[in-house]
Design a protein around this ligand. Structure first.
Ligand code: NAD
Length: 499
């Protein structure tokens, strides 16, 4: 399909996507797909103001009615799944299957949020005073700023927005400057849902196009009650303290350095498939991509050849062609970062298979690479660092306790997994003394989480949780209310304070 037809199908006017200062290129073949006008500081301030005003209205709309808006958003996303999924592939470079999967995730979180809109439960708490009732109520929080990364260009907004909107909060979105077109398409889809809803307050869902300075304006505005920021640890290190300085709330979803432990009893066929999807899927550009592999000595010589064979069979090429498993890296900087990391791995004693640029059989002007396997003598400095590219560091282990220690000995704490059929190892991995990550899986890879669970990680990953479980509580404020329906005024803790 021609790009402009795709834009029109998604409700975007192709003419409005040109003439600006933000040049957007497709990583597939380097073609210019848009030149977007960027928002000025005054535009950003006006958007925040509109959002603050929208909050005054939206917070009083009953939550199940707010859920109806998200139900309609889910319907519109279903209608436009194929087109939006394709645009994700074009703009972010992930293969079509993953582009579609990303939109499906948006639909799933909408379904979740619709149910949630009738389940924003508080508690009734036993009061120590006679004739008193205590209750905990969850109220809307205020405008939520969403800063998102390039690699999940639309799903991150939906994980936040679907929950925030049913919780009664307007949303201001600052998408990655590398993927703003999919964001504009998502907003066009949202507007369709809003129209069918019968209109929403002006400013309920804002989008701001621009670079980090736009993000910084959200970070610094006291009117933005919560800043939900997804991206590198470098970014989080700047955002977290700045929001804290003004006593705002932040929800940080940052880098990962995810690992798998393959134990002697593991089903190796399953492990190879899980390693492949985790390490080379999305060309290693997922926050949950598998980056470190600890393999027991007794199965190393069986697993590694099978893994290398599987790597050899992976089709690298245009993400828009069926059969491709590995698409391009997002840009030249990412390619250079990968080559630098491989050089460091070599210096640190690693033996590398793959990692070179692929130019044959792929579109020109894209950065295509053969995913790399780096067999390392130890967990050296480069292994502890997140390089956002398909490099899998492999280490041999003998003692399970030692493997667990190494597993946790990196600054990041997002996703982790173990392949074993030994219940002792599996349960130890999931125990308090096991994996220190926000996500821990048994006989499943590190990537590809479902929206029903809370998503996020510890340590340098930022500590935030999004999506399922009770992650919605981050988007609301908690109020403890005590009601005295007696004719006395007893004080808590039995304090006597009579005149
Ligand atoms: P990035 O940090 O370069 O940019 C992310 C976003 O932050 C962009 O919108 C950018 O404009 C904005 N930004 C950058 N500096 C800022 C600042 N000082 N103040 C405010 N906003 C700022 O990240 P990226 O390259 O787009 O994405 C890759 C990274 O994101 C990887 O580290 C990956 O692990 C991480 N990631 C994490 C998750 C998660 O859920 N934990 C999900 C996706 C990606």
């Amino acid at each position: 399909m021609e790009l402009h037809d795709l834009y029109r199908g998604l409700g975007l006017d192709p003419d409005a996507l040109t003439g600006g200062t933000l040049l957007v290129r497709s990583p597939v073949d380097g073609t210019e797909i848009a030149r977007l006008p960027e928002h000025s500081a005054a535009d950003v301030a006006a958007a925040i103001e509109r959002s603050a005003n929208a909050f005054l209205n939206w917070r009083t709309v009953p939550a199940p009615r707010r859920g109806e808006l998200i139900r309609l958003l889910g319907e519109e996303l279903r209608t436009h799944k194929a087109e939006l999924g394709r645009l994700v592939s074009i703009e972010a470079g992930k293969i079509l299957q993953e582009g579609l999967g990303e939109v499906q995730e948006m639909i799933d979180i909408c379904d979740f949020a619709v149910g949630l809109s009738r389940q924003l439960y508080g508690l009734t708490i036993a009061s120590e005073r006679p004739g008193h009732r205590m209750a905990e109520t969850w109220h809307p929080l205020g405008p939520v700023g969403v800063i998102s990364a390039f690699n999940f260009p639309v799903a991150v907004w939906s994980w936040n927005a679907a929950l925030a909107l049913v919780c009664g909060d307007p949303v201001i979105w600052k998408p990655s400057e590398k993927t703003p077109v999919t964001a504009l398409a998502t907003m066009a889809i949202f507007r369709k849902a809003a129209e069918r809803f019968g209109g929403v307050p002006d400013g309920l869902a804002e989008i701001l196009i621009g670079g980090r300075e736009v993000g910084e304006a959200l970070v610094d505005s006291p009117k933005v009650a919560l800043v939900s920021a997804t991206g590198s640890t470098r970014m989080g290190r700047e955002v977290g303290p700045r929001v804290a300085k003004r006593m705002g709330r932040s929800l940080l979803e940052l880098g990962g350095n995810n690992a798998m432990i393959v134990c002697p009893s593991a089903d190796l066929d399953m492990a190879v498939r899980a390693i492949l999807f985790g390490a080379v899927g999305t060309a290693g550009q997922r926050c949950t991509s598998l980056r470190r592999l600890f393999v027991h000595d007794s199965v190393y010589d069986k697993l590694l050849p099978a893994l290398k064979q599987a790597y050899g069979a992976v089709r690298i090429g245009s993400p828009l062609e069926t059969g491709t498993l590995v698409g391009p890296l997002i840009d030249q900087a990412s390619f250079d970062g990968m080559q630098k990391a491989l050089a460091a791995a070599r210096d640190q004693g690693g033996t590398i298979t793959g990692g070179e640029q692929v130019t044959a059989g792929v579109p020109a002007n894209g950065f295509y690479v053969r995913p790399a396997i780096a067999e390392m003598p130890k967990q050296s400095e480069i292994v502890a660092h997140e390089t956002f590219a398909p490099i899998l560091y492999v280490l041999k282990y003998r003692d399970f306790g030692q493997a667990l220690m190494l597993h946790n000995e990196v600054p990041q704490g997002l996703s982790s997994c173990i392949f074993t059929t030994d219940i002792r190892e599996a349960e130890t991995f999931l125990s308090a003394a096991g994996s220190d990550c926000g996500i821990a899986n048994v006989n499943i890879g590190t990537s590809g989480a479902e929206i029903g669970g809370a998503f996020g990680g510890e340590k340098e990953t930022g500590g935030g949780r999004e999506s399922g479980s009770d992650a919605w509580k981050a988007y609301m404020r908690r109020q403890t209310a005590t009601v005295n329906y007696s004719r006395e005024l007893p004080l808590a803790q039995g304090i006597v304070f009579d005149l």
